[in-house]
Design a protein around this ligand. Structure first.
Ligand SMILES: [Zn+2]
Length: 302
């Protein structure tokens, strides 16, 4: 029989050491006691190239007078063109035809962000942020991201980032909650819990209430500073975790922020069905390990 009376509303959960709410995304995370059951970490896999690299081929194409490059029969307008990276308009659009999608591609064939030099990474991030800002003026929802590893939908072994925009309206909390106030709260919580990894020109910290296990956030005043801190952070994470799959999210409003979101465990259905992330790497452990780790690639001559 179908019930007709509404059930009593559930009490609002209150934050606790075990149950935490991310001020930036509004997502809840559960922090279990991992003493007796640590989770297995995922390792990064890369897709098989299956022939010549499509992006290396594009990178070698001459730019035509109208600012496009030709890829076989297809002509792709360039959204940005630089020494270390370039960007294509309207590639791999996941939403409806009126939405937007730009692809930012590293000129050099590398597979991960940390494989770029800091100046290369700075140009790559500049294009992501600049195109994100442009799209953000036209669409209510725009996200700039990079997927590293097959596990997180990294389908090409050549480094690239995406700017995806849509005017589809859904009731998702993060666009509304990402404000200067929520960012201040996020940083304050991290400071109080001793989760600052490094504070120099940029502030690198593990959020007290992460939306993903092992998440690291970097606040920086400008892109070159962000690139330097991000490069160091990714190498520290590799020293701690090994080669791991991850997403990078970059936002520039209300403040320049990079989120490194490792995808480490196969606790697959819990987040979607419970509305909770299960945090398999305690933020205080990862912050402690990152402070001790080297921030550059291991010396191959040693
Ligand atoms: Zn390539």
């Amino acid at each position: 029989m179908v019930p007709t009376a509404s059930p009593d509303p559930l009490p609002e959960p209150s934050p606790s050491p075990a149950l935490r709410r991310d001020p930036l995304t509004g997502c809840w995370s559960y922090h279990p006691d991992l003493t007796h059951k640590p989770f297995t970490l995922a390792r990064r896999h890369l897709p098989e190239p299956g022939g010549p690299c499509a992006f290396c081929t594009l990178a070698a194409e001459p730019v035509e007078a109208n600012g496009s490059i030709r890829n076989g029969e297809q002509i792709s307008p360039l959204a940005a063109n630089g020494e270390h990276a370039f960007a294509l308009e309207n590639r791999w659009r996941p939403f409806e035809p009126t939405s937007g999608a730009q692809l930012v591609i590293a000129r050099r064939h590398v597979t991960a962000l940390e494989d770029l030099t800091v100046p290369e990474l700075a140009e790559f991030l500049t294009f992501l942020v600049r195109l994100g800002a442009r799209q953000g003026r036209r669409f209510p929802r725009t996200l700039c991201f990079v997927n590293i590893g097959l596990e997180v939908n990294g389908t090409q072994p050549h480094l690239h980032g995406q700017v995806v925009s849509t005017d589809l309206a859904v009731d998702a909390p993060w666009t509304a909650t990402f404000t200067l106030e929520s960012l201040d709260q996020d940083v304050l919580q991290a400071r109080e819990a001793g989760l600052v990894v490094e504070e120099a020109a940029a502030l690198t910290y593990c959020p007290w209430a992460p939306t993903a296990s092992g998440e690291v956030r970097i606040l920086a005043p400008e892109i070159p500073t962000l690139a330097r801190a991000l490069h160091g952070t990714l190498w520290r994470l590799r020293a701690v975790l090994g080669e791991f799959p991850y997403n990078l999210l970059v936002r520039d409003a209300p403040s320049l922020l990079a989120q490194v979101v490792p995808r480490l465990s196969a606790v697959g259905v819990l987040p979607d069905y419970f509305g909770l992330t299960v945090v398999t790497l305690p933020p205080d452990h990862i912050a402690r390990d990152l402070r001790l780790a080297h921030d550059s690639p291991p010396d191959p001559t040693r």
